[in-house]
Design a protein around this ligand. Sequence first.
Ligand code: KG4
Ligand code: ZN
Length: 358
Amino acid sequence: MLVLGIETSCDETAAALVRDGREILSSVISSQVPIHKRFGGVVPELASREHLDKIVPVVNEAFERAGVTTRDVDGIAVTVGPGLVGSLLVGVSYAKAMAYALKKPFVGVNHIEGHIYSVAFENPPIEYPAEALIVSGGHTNIFFIPEPGKYKVLSRTRDDAAGEAFDKVAKLLGLGYPGGPIIERLAREGNPHAVPFSLPRMGDGLPDFSFSGLKTAVTKYVRESGVTPVENGGEPSQAIKDLAASFQHTVVQSLVKTMARVAEENYPKTLIIAGGVACNGKLREVAKETAGRLGLPVYFPSPHLSTDNAAMIAAAGTVKLEAGQHDALDLNADVTLRLQNMDLAEEAAKRAGVRYRL
Ligand code: KG4
Ligand code: ZN
């Protein structure tokens, strides 16, 4: 089955052609980072205008690179939410128009489910039940997946997403946007134990995340210790590198410790870590060590599949299209779409004899 994937939920216009949910024939990504950079974050109005400009050339390029035509496509998968409404609408409208014109089935895909399927290309098939940590600029969640397509959220962030914390801390240190890759680079030359930030703890004992307290602790440290933020692209001081390394260390510890705790309580057979923050080398290193200790395989997408792309949307959509699931032409973008079908997940977990926290 050949599926065209389309992704426009945030600041990347992307299209991909994927065969049988596992083989990428082409994956084209037009990033808007240069446009949003000077604002230190994504400007929704600029994002939707840029998607409108880029959607046609990006889809055309995906077909050219794959060496196939629209006639060869068996179905279309498009991100339907969550995301920015103006951005989502560009992809959804384009996919609907194309499906109508070509008389092909199309299906809306949850962006987060797409991130989960980003590990489908370079790893062995996922063994279920699986546990997936999705860490991006907009999301930080752990899902329990008793079988394909069944999801239960076991952990969520109470405030900022992990990627958002990287971006905000980079901004307050004067480092630029997006913050994740810049902080990772500087952290390589810094001491992760220079500033002993404490790990966030939930008052109610749930395995949830919280990153805004850490951001406040970094702000307070900068103020009290007299560290000077970088100005006008200047050379970062050793104190900034140490701060970047200590911040990154704390985020990685929080993510991996929580992932391990949820695994110990719920007995998954596979761990998945995906989303933009999964590019982080330190996170990969520490997660692999921890997974090894737990005796579990951990799957990551390679970096170009970790950040937003359309191949992952095509892979997630293929499972639905193969099961005969289609959407009608009245499908609308859903800005706050959730990925959780708790009843189905619970029923499936019981069938599989799997225990998990309610
Ligand atoms: O998945 P993604 O492309 O978009 C969203 O759906 O949010 O994730 C983007 C986020 C940004 O916050 C960026 O700072 C973060 O991923 N990121 C990283 C790294 N590369 C990207 N965070 C930490 N380390 C990295 N190497
Ligand atoms: Zn994403």
